[in-house]
Ligand binder design. Sequence first.
Ligand SMILES: NC(=O)c1ccc[n+]([C@@H]2O[C@H](COP(=O)([O-])OP(=O)(O)OC[C@H]3O[C@@H](n4cnc5c(N)ncnc54)[C@H](OP(=O)(O)O)[C@@H]3O)[C@@H](O)[C@H]2O)c1
Length: 293
Amino acid sequence: MNTLPQKIAIVTGANNGIGFETTVGMVEAGYHVIMACRSQEKAEAAKVDVTKRVPSASLDILLLDLSDLRSVRGFAEAFRARYPKLDVLINNAGILLYSAQTNGDGVELQFATNHLGHFLLTSLLIDLIPDAPVSRIVSLSSIAHKSASIHFEDLSCGGDGGTAYGQSKLACLLFGDELDRRLKAEGKVMKALSVHPGGSDSGLFNDMDEGQREAMKSQIAQLLHSNEEAAKPSLYAALSADVAGGDYYGPTGPEEMSGEVGAAERNPICGDLDVAQRLWRLSEDLTGQTFSI
Ligand SMILES: NC(=O)c1ccc[n+]([C@@H]2O[C@H](COP(=O)([O-])OP(=O)(O)OC[C@H]3O[C@@H](n4cnc5c(N)ncnc54)[C@H](OP(=O)(O)O)[C@@H]3O)[C@@H](O)[C@H]2O)c1
């Protein structure tokens, strides 16, 4: 059992892009960070790089493949064996695909990875989170959620990867909002918040071919900011004393792609509680896990 006096955070997808910079920010803030990654090799290399930036960094690596529910359960068991509590959970990892793919259970891969894996992870760890104002669960959404809907009858969105990405990121935001409502209904003071990072040239676009990537960059390059800037909404949600449960933060510059962190715009569908509750029930069915709240 770990007896570290520090506060403990998990960052999923900590080895690259925004998750890497979020990890740097959390260790700078004095947290012991568990890097929840699917590749030991990449995680080890990232741990070395974080430590170069922050020599005092306190880090651990635990393997997690969010697309595989068995792996999520294994991660939660391994975490519980090592740590008595969790202060901050940053559900950061994500994929963007341009083709139709499913996980081993036949569920659309972006919905499975970006939403369902984090839904199950949160459900399996929430009882370890102290009910305190500094305790946080942070969900990563995207500007792409704004034009999306949940295709309850066809989560594959007809095989359109881009549509399925938007759906998965809407699911992340609907989950964060519904989780916060449920926490408040139980009188809890821990906070569930959501953020989006704006736009940054991370590994997220690796599924694009070179031509698509260059075209995308030439259209929006001037709007993108660095991964370090893109991590700021997550770090604000995780660390600021000035936030409330249910808040949604992102960059406030042109087209919400970069700029100072502030309140972000939601898709109006987020106000439809029936959709959020239907997604919650579907997520419990697909993960086989009933949430304790
Ligand atoms: N960058 C943007 O412009 C942008 C815009 C809107 C929202 N976002 C969101 O920001 C978050 C971070 O993305 P990013 O831009 O930093 O992308 P990234 O550089 O590709 O990083 C994504 C991270 O998620 C991990 N990951 C992917 N699939 C996983 C799985 N099955 N299990 C565990 N980890 C997995 C990746 O691991 P590997 O290295 O092993 O692949 C990587 O560490 C995502 O939720 C994304 O949707 C990004």
